[in-house]
Design a protein around this ligand. Structure first.
Ligand code: GTB
Length: 217
């Protein structure tokens, strides 16, 4: 059955692979599932046709036959659940990997996301510097603990899994802040993940969308 996902027609990240369709593309590449992409403008995302798929009018979505999903974490979990390669075969290892998937989205991502929103929306506010420093402190706390957990291991818990895929997409969003560079093992973790052929294919695919939408010269 054909898998169709949605992505930005013109991503504000300018092809850096920071929008959340990147997670879904990467997961599909890891498990070797071909997929189509329906590109949407911001306006189209808010129309009833798309809101029937995504109640909040966002990307990404995932359609496969009768099934329609939204929320990148749920989509990545679905892909990992249905195909071999992204979750351990043993029940306890699988449960731990799912725990790390939640940790990436519920514990590590929120302050990183908030920081990027503050930078976009609150730059002119009197509290801007204070709020940014407070968020940086929270992010550092999270990364201190994540770095200590990872140590010199390649991945969060044994073999590469959907948890690493999600965690790396979250950490990439913080890279522009310079905070991640203070943790050599996390920087190496991101680089190791980005070197995976599946990541490379997913990154190239989303970059091609940006390049096609951007006039050159
Ligand atoms: N919790 C949902 C999920 O994980 O799927 C969040 C989905 C979401 O935030 N989607 C964003 C969206 O559709 C795109 S990814 N926004 C349009 C809207 O809400 O109207 C978030 C994103 C956007 C831009 C950058 N960037 O420019 O760097 C990075 C990430």
């Amino acid at each position: 059955m054909t898998i169709t996902i949605t992505a930005f027609e013109s991503s504000p990240d300018r092809g850096r692979g920071l929008a959340r369709d990147m997670r879904v593309r990467w997961a599909l590449e890891e498990v070797g599932q071909p997929y189509d992409v329906r590109l949407l403008s911001f306006e189209a995302m808010k129309q009833p046709a798309h809101k029937a798929l995504h109640p909040f009018g966002q990307i990404p979505t995932y359609e496969e036959g009768e099934l329609a999903l939204f929320e990148s974490g749920a989509i990545v979990f679905h892909i990992a659940d249905r195909h071999a390669g992204l979750l351990p075969g043993d029940a306890n290892g699988r449960a731990r990997a799912v725990g790390w998937m939640f940790a990436s989205l519920n514990t590590v991502e929120p302050p990183i996301f908030d920081r990027s929103m503050v930078m976009i929306l609150e730059r002119d506010q009197p509290w801007y510097e204070h709020r940014l420093r407070a968020l940086d402190d929270i992010i550092r706390k999270r990364l201190d603990d994540l770095s200590a957990h990872l140590g010199d291991a390649d991945w969060l818990d044994g073999a590469f899994s959907a948890a690493d895929l999600l965690m790396v997409t979250v950490l990439r969003r913080a890279q522009g802040s310079g905070i991640v560079d203070a943790y050599p093992n996390l920087a190496a973790y991101i680089a190791r993940a980005e070197a995976r052929p599946a990541y490379q294919r997913a990154f190239a695919a989303q970059l091609a969308v940006f390049n096609a939408a951007t006039p050159t010269g």
